[in-house]
Design a protein around this ligand. Sequence first.
Ligand SMILES: Cc1ncc(COP(=O)(O)O)c(C=O)c1O
Length: 406
Amino acid sequence: MAEDINPPPRLLMGPGPINADPRVLRAMSAQLLGQFDPQFRAYMRETTQLYRGVFETANRWTLVVDGTARAAIEAALASLIEPGDRVLVPVFGRFGHLKVEIAKRCGADVRAIEAQWGTVFSTEALEVALRKEKPRVVAVSHGDTSTTMAQPLAELGELCRQHDALLYVDATATLGGMELPVDTWQLDVVSAGLQKCLGGPSGSAPLTLNERAEKRIVRRRHIEAGLKRADEKDGEGPIIRSNYFDLAMIMDYWSDKALNHHTEATTMLYAARECARILLAEGLPHAFKRHRDASRALCAGLQAMGLRLFGDQAHKMPNVTGVHIPAGVDGEKVRRTLLEDFNIEIGTSFGPLHGKIWRIGTMGYNARKDAVLTTLAGLEAGLAAEQHKLPRGAAVDAALAAYRSA
Ligand SMILES: Cc1ncc(COP(=O)(O)O)c(C=O)c1O
């Protein structure tokens, strides 16, 4: 017989998932409700309202897609992109490549531009690409956890409007951890996941879209035959090629029409609602500062140990830090020491960075002083066990000093 689930008490300091806030886990233990129960519909409406606060938007269509963060990426792209549409994807890490891949599956004529991993695009470079490619849709990551970089977006929304393109932003890694005022920055569709700065488990993907995007999506609305009333007409646009990720149907389901689509993942909705509630109770400016403080302290500690930070520090996300594995050190052995002796998980890396950097997350519930200090102490012990010379005790002292001056 399998035993009861009793996982080791890990501290998850990788690029996500991170430990869920205990209040989120508590909300998830609440009993289920039917998806059309008036109380459940009230929870859905509250979830919309709470995420308007998190996304800093007045968008009517603010909801959660059931599935991990890529479910919302796929819903956004499948619903925006009509076959043959030109789509511009600025790639500065693994998750840019993911958007290229999804856009291709949607039948797009994809034009990717690439920046070296560890850097981001200048606004000028994006403008040149917009002018040259004339895309209908631009799909970009805000923060890419694979490289730890955050693409500045404050001007891209306006530029996309000038060039008549819709802008989709993947904010999986940044929502709740750094500024992303959706309306001020004129972002048309933005989505995220819970398992990073929102402090929840993966499995629910908040998404918001504005009227520009709504117009594109609603003209592709095709109501399932078993649900359609005689007086309802399909939109004149081409059908969205995914049923599960059809945002027109998901919007009908979330609207007061409550038109049946999937069976809402009740427990995940409780989680998403609680993540947003906790974040707004803390206040966005406070949460952003907490992430910046944790990042600064972690970086100060890593550098005091003599380690080198990865990438363009002016554009590093405040919630994930890349650090070079010192020459001669087996990065996997150090990660194993951290896991086995300290119960701490830090991240390895992908693609061109594989074996070269560790990625350490300080996000959501784990963007805390004690989590940063314990991780630095564990990393120091792991490096020392590999005979790497370093000033003992300096990392924790430097991190504490950074916290005191914050
Ligand atoms: C920027 C970004 N986009 C998308 C994803 C994919 O998220 P998920 O694994 O929840 O589908 C991740 C996960 O790390 C991410 O960092």
